[in-house]
Ligand binder design. Sequence first.
Ligand code: PLP
Length: 453
Amino acid sequence: LSANSWEHRDMDNVFHGFTDLGTLKSNGPVVLTHGEGIHVFDVHGKSYMDANSGLWNNVAGFNHQGLIDTICTQARRFPGYHAFFGRIADTTVALSEKLVEVSPFAEGKVYYTNSGSEANDTMVKMLWMLHRRNGQPQRRKIITRLNAYHGVTAVSASMTGKAYNAEFGLPLPGFLHADCPHYWRFGLEGESELEFSQRLARNLEELIIKEGPDTIAGMFAEPVMGAGGVIPPSEGYFEAIRPILRKYDIPFIADEVICGFGRTGEMWGSGKYNMEPDAIIASKCITAGYFPMGAIILGKDLSDELARVSEQAEEFPHGFTAGGNPLGSAIALKALEVLEEEGLLENVNRVSPRFMERLHKLGEHKYAGEARGVGLMGAVELVADKSTKEALPGDLQISERIANKALEKGLICRPLGAAIVLGPPFIVTTEQIDEMFDILEETMSDVFADVGL
Ligand code: PLP
C-alpha cells in the first residue's frame, strides 16, 4: 500500500476509539466508500456482509432510497435549526407525536439529543433536577448493572458496568452496579433460573436498603444487554425487580438504544420483558442509522412531574445545539414509516427462527459454551470447556481472531469478550442468514485449527 493509500492516510490522521491499535497497525483499517442492502464496500471494491447492522443501527440497509430521498427533500426545505427558547421545527413536533404514539405510554413527552450516551446523561440530570425540586436533593445515586453498556460520556460511562472505565477513574461516586442477570454465567449449582432471578432481586433490595432508599435517583436497565455480549434477562428477572423499585418509589428507565424499534421481535424490548418503565431511552434505529439522534420518551407520570416542577421553578437548563433538529426529525419520521410500511418488524419475526436455529447449531461447536439471543440479536460465547465454562486462554484472543478471519472472508461480525456477536439488519433474508452462518462456521473451524485446538 502506498503512502498515499486511504489506509495510510487514515493511520496518519485518525485517532481511533474502541479499536485495538495493535491489530490496526498490523491489519490496517477498512476504509469504506458505500453500501448496498446489507453489504458495505471498501476502497478496493471488496464487499462485506455486515452482520452487525453497522453498530446495531443500519437496520433498513445501507442505501434505502426512501430515506435518502427524505434527506435530500428535507435538506432543501429546512436543514437545520435548534429546539431552544420555545422554537422548534414542524418535523420535530410531528416526530414527537409519532414517538409517543408508538411508545408503550398512552401519553408522554419527548426530549432530543444527538446520541444514546447523551440521552442517558440527560435522563440522569432530569432525575436529579426532579428530586431536587421536589425537596429531595440527596436523591442522586443511580443504579445500573454490572456488564451494562449505557454510553461513553462521564455520566453514561459511570452507568456502564465495564472494568475499562477505570481507565478514566470512573465510575463517578454514587453510580452503583447491581448484579448482571446472566444465568448461564452466574447461576449457582442447583439454582433454577427463577430462583436466580429472585436472588438477584433480593440482592437489589439489600443494596437499596444499605444505600438508603431516599438516596436513590433511579435505576436504568437495557431489556437485553447488548454490548455486554447479548444477554437476555433471566426468566422472571424484570418481574422480580419491578415491584421492589415501586416499593421504594424509584423511577425505572429502559435503555432501548439497541432493543428499541424491533430488534427483539417486538417494538420495545421493555414490552417483551415486562419492564413497565417510566421512560425509554432511544437512539440508533430511531433514524435507521441515517442520522445521529437520541431521544428520551417520558411516560405520563414522569413528564407530568417534570412539567409541574418546571412550572413552579424554572426551565430545564440543558440542551444540545443540534438536539431535535429538523433534518434528523424528518429522517426519524421516515425511518418509522419504513419500519411500519415495509414490514421490517414482520421480517425480523419471519427470519428470526432461522437465525436462532443457526445460532444454536453454532452453539454445538466443541468450544461454544452458550449460544443465546432473541429476535435478530445473538451471541456465541467461546470457552475451553463446555461443562466447567472455563475460559480459553486470554492471549489466544479467540473471538478477535475469528472476527478478523471472518473479515478476510467478507463478513463483519463483532468480538465482545469471549463472544462473537451478531445483529443483522432487519431486511436480512433467510438465504443471507445461512450465508452468514456458513462463513462463520467455516471461519471458526479454520481459526481453531490455526491455534492448534
Ligand atoms: N445505551 C446502549 C444500550 C447502547 O448500546 C449504546 C451504544 O451502543 C448507548 C447507550 C450509547 O449510544 P451512543 O453510542 O449513541 O452514544
